[in-house]
Design a protein around this ligand. Structure first.
Ligand SMILES: [Ca+2]
Length: 215
């Protein structure tokens, strides 16, 4: 028996799985650049890797050392406050898409509790011709020590252009008190061919295992 076959099948499973789950959003967890406190980023400032900042500005926040909000990030050590210092901001990222391919958007959001009330933001997925998603998110349950990160329901769209843009725009007018964002991902939905390949690889793996166990 070829003893390397199970390893090859396992490697194939990993490769296919990774390809099917490729996240096309860069720096969606806002871990770059690394800060131990907070970085104030105004409109047009390219400091936050791969994101374009608009309106007035946003704050890149270290969960542990920012000095005004307490509570863990949804992912990693940093997150974004969509109301910067001082005022509402927006972020956007344009990413490569394959026409006729399905993608799923997921992200976590919370609110800057230092300003009472409900924080709101507009989230959009669009290309030059089509708006796939335009929805207002609201959050008011964050408290000191627990930001109560909420997972946005997975939104799936079928891309039509070679590039698509994701954007978040603050609708909270206060100086602080904005929507907090973290863990933003857009993953390609596995195509039927990929799913078939995964199934084939899995079947092969278990057949080989059964053969090995029965020897
Ligand atoms: Ca993060």
């Amino acid at each position: 028996m070829n003893r390397t076959l199970p390893l090859l099948v396992a490697a194939l499973l990993t490769i296919v799985g990774n390809a099917a789950q490729a996240n096309v959003i860069s720096n969606g967890s806002f871990e770059t650049p690394d800060t131990s406190t907070i970085i104030v980023v105004g409109a047009g400032d390219p400091t936050i890797t791969n994101w374009t900042v608009g309106l007035i500005g946003v704050d890149l926040v270290d969960a542990a050392g920012n000095g005004f909000l307490s509570g863990a990030a949804a992912d990693g050590e940093q997150y974004l406050d969509l109301d910067g210092s001082p005022g509402p901001g927006s972020i956007s990222q344009t990413f490569a898409t394959t026409p006729a391919t399905q993608y799923t958007l997921t992200f976590d959001y919370a609110n800057n509790y230092t300003t009472p009330g409900t924080a709101q933001a507009l989230v959009q997925v669009a290309d030059g011709a089509t708006t796939y998603l335009s929805n207002v998110i609201s959050h008011n349950t964050s408290v000191a020590g627990n930001l109560d990160w909420t997972s946005y329901p997975a939104f799936t769209f079928t891309a039509q252009q070679a590039t698509t843009t994701l954007s978040f725009m603050s609708m909270s007018g206060g100086v602080f008190g904005g929507i907090l964002l973290d863990k933003i991902e857009i993953n390609a939905v596995p195509e039927p061919a990929s799913i078939g390949l995964i199934g084939l690889a899995a079947t092969s793996f278990f057949v080989v295992r059964r053969r090995r166990l029965s020897v």
